[in-house]
Design a protein around this ligand. Structure first.
Ligand SMILES: Cc1cc2nc3c(=O)[nH]c(=O)nc-3n(C[C@H](O)[C@H](O)[C@H](O)COP(=O)(O)OP(=O)(O)OC[C@H]3O[C@@H](n4cnc5c(N)ncnc54)[C@H](O)[C@@H]3O)c2cc1C
Length: 389
């Protein structure tokens, strides 16, 4: 096989699929190379939260610019469905972070996001049976919800292919650089001549970048989630929630389940190819303790299933986006456990950068790789602290 392409995207997770869609609909000839199958990495295990609440403005802007793609999928993408479920989002914080919460919601409102502060009574109305003894005020986003990450990636890829993109599954890629510029991507099925290669390889991003001679500080980050059956008499009509006081998040799943994940206790490092271990009893106990502390009625819940996944994480826990190293080499990686909800806008912005020379939709310059060497990691103005570790 010998092919040519304007752009080769390495990785068919939600990020690579979104980027391929945005490039192809603008007329670029695109090949997506995926070593396994679509959504085989972090995307297929993602909890699918779609909310704008961050302590970093650039990230909130990406999430806000992404939201319409989830809510108006049929009109905007037109293939498959992202299965967006509109629930609203509640952010709970411990008392020492209330000032940061207020400042962050004010920042979201400046951006234009429909973000509000609500009191304990309103939290109890949205989440019946919730313990609010420690809640002075909470963040609320009426427009947020959750979506199906595998369906989202598959839909983006199908729409990209409809617009002419080619997809090579079960194919591992590496980048070929000559005279400090990308000239091709090689695969076990042949060579694709191209001036542009994008590393959207999730937990494997450092390995792919190394083939282009670029060092990226992306490590594998492993994260467990579990599905619990709701007790009799409870239904799944409640918002998606991050409860930072108990370092846990949860959301409805279907009509009678709850998906739960812990914000702490995740494993960082090691080969992304090592086997995924089963969730430990200690993690399960910590999940049950955290969820029952906030929703005591979950003591009558039942464990249905657990599954883990892995993403690429960076030292400041924010993505790496943009051109780096040889001409024509771009990074769309290091999404650090939070790159599902931002994928529509990240793909749009990178397509603008690659095709027009600059991202217009959102300024993605804060996410440049050189921030690490320059000692300028992304630092929130009103931080919630190092989550996800
Ligand atoms: C358990 C879990 C829960 C999460 N929950 C949320 C959430 O609620 N909300 C949210 O916004 N984010 C969440 N995230 C994060 C989010 O899912 C990820 O940031 C996002 O899916 C990353 O997408 P990606 O395309 O960059 O990576 P991936 O989905 O990992 O895709 C990378 C792809 O690259 C392929 N690949 C690797 N090397 C090569 C190679 N050499 N050649 C070809 N292909 C290659 C892989 O096979 C893989 O399919 C969660 C992550 C996990 C693990």
């Amino acid at each position: 096989m010998t092919e040519t392409a304007d752009v080769v995207v390495i990785g068919a997770g939600v990020q690579g699929a979104s980027l391929a869609f945005h490039l192809a609909r603008r007329g670029a000839s695109v090949v997506v190379v995926e070593r396994a199958s679509v959504a085989a990495g972090a995307t297929g295990r993602s909890s699918g939260f779609v909310r704008m609440h961050y302590d970093v403005e650039a990230e909130s802007r990406l999430a806000w610019a992404s939201l319409p793609w989830f809510r108006e999928w049929a009109d905007r993408v037109g293939e498959g469905s992202c299965d967006f479920v509109h629930t609203g989002f509640v952010q709970l914080v411990p008392p020492d972070l209330v000032a940061a919460l207020r400042a962050n919601v004010a920042m979201h409102r400046r951006v234009g996001i429909d973000a509000q502060l609500i009191d304990a009574a309103e939290v109890a109305r949205l989440l019946p049976g919730v313990v609010t003894d420690d809640v002075e005020v909470a963040g609320y986003e009426p427009l947020s919800g959750y979506a199906d990450p595998t369906a989202t990636a598959s839909g983006f890829l199908a729409a990209a292919r409809r617009a002419g993109a080619r997809y090579l599954g079960g194919t591992r890629a590496s980048v070929v650089v000559e005279s400090d510029r990308v000239v091709a991507v090689t695969t076990d099925k042949g060579r694709i001549t191209t001036p542009v290669a994008v590393d959207a390889a999730g937990a494997w991003a450092a390995e792919v970048a190394a083939t282009a001679g670029v060092e990226v500080p992306v490590e594998a980050w492993r994260h467990d989630t579990a599905y619990f059956g709701l007790p009799d008499g409870r239904d799944a009509r409640f918002p998606i929630v991050i409860d930072q006081a108990h370092e846990v998040y949860f959301r409805p799943e279907g009509r009678d389940m709850m998906l739960v994940g812990l914000e702490s206790g995740n494993t960082i490092g090691g080969s992304p190819d090592r086997p995924q271990e089963e969730m430990s009893g200690a993690t399960l106990d910590a999940m049950v303790d955290a969820i029952c502390a906030r929703l005591p009625w979950m003591e009558a819940g039942t464990l249905r299933t657990a599954h883990g996944g892995q993403d690429g994480i960076t030292p400041d826990q924010h993505a790496i986006l943009g051109q780096a190293g040889p001409d024509g080499f771009y990074l769309d990686c290091g999404h650090s456990g939070t790159g599902f909800k931002t994928a529509p806008a990240v793909g749009l912005c990178l397509a603008e950068l690659i095709l027009d020379g600059a991202a217009r939709t959102v300024d993605i310059s804060p996410f440049a790789l050189d921030r690490f060497a320059a000692g300028r990691p992304i630092a929130p103005e009103h931080p919630y602290g190092p989550l996800w570790r």
